[in-house]
Design a protein around this ligand. Structure first.
Ligand SMILES: Cc1cc2nc3c(=O)[nH]c(=O)nc-3n(C[C@H](O)[C@H](O)[C@H](O)COP(=O)(O)O)c2cc1C
Length: 158
């Protein structure tokens, strides 16, 4: 783990993983652009483009990186719909987010993880960082945050 990066959690998946789905995909719900920066860094690291959250889930995506800003302790509506309407059995999912306060992302990621576990996903880990909000967290996500996000992405694929 990168020194000082305390916002990462690895999970022991509750659901099984499929060996036949091999590609990686990144989806994000970002109203203000903070979480989009994290998604872009992760996608760049993985050599993929950020997917369209309003489209359906690619059938061969065995590892999904799903991210959202935190809005009232929850992910955005588009992400909630995406999780509600997708088929997640057999897929590994890594979660990421931004929020004004660390507890906000922790809560929001917990909401996503619960919904995904119920849909049969194997949730493998999460990472979050502060995002600019009003006068708080100027300059976040920072360059260092984005490097930590990239490291998280690499580690999730190991
Ligand atoms: C409507 C709204 C609700 C928010 N609710 C929370 C919250 O409950 N907890 C928190 O820590 N941050 C909250 N925030 C701050 C955002 O989560 C934070 O700015 C985040 O980086 C936004 O991500 P985005 O730029 O990708 O939309 C809220 C922001 C907005 C606009």
């Amino acid at each position: 783990m990168v020194k000082g990066d305390t916002s990462r959690i690895s999970y022991k998946p509750k659901n099984p993983v499929s060996a036949s789905m091999t590609s990686v995909a990144v989806f994000v719900d970002s109203r203000g652009g903070n979480t989009r920066k994290v998604a872009d860094a992760i996608a760049e690291e993985l050599g993929v483009a950020v997917g369209d959250i309003t489209a359906s889930l690619p059938g061969d995506a065995g590892v999904l990186f799903l991210g959202s800003g935190t809005y009232g302790g929850k992910p955005g509506e588009a992400m909630t719909k995406f999780i509600g309407s997708g088929t997640f059995s057999g897929r590994k999912v890594a979660l990421f987010g931004t929020s004004a306060a660390p507890a906000g992302s922790e809560k929001m990621i917990g909401v996503m993880a619960d919904a995904l576990n119920q849909k049969g996903a194997a949730v493998i880990g999460s990472w979050h960082c502060p995002g600019k909000f009003l006068v708080m967290n100027w300059g976040r996500p920072s360059r260092e945050d984005l490097e930590n996000a990239k490291k998280f992405a690499r580690d999730m694929l190991r």
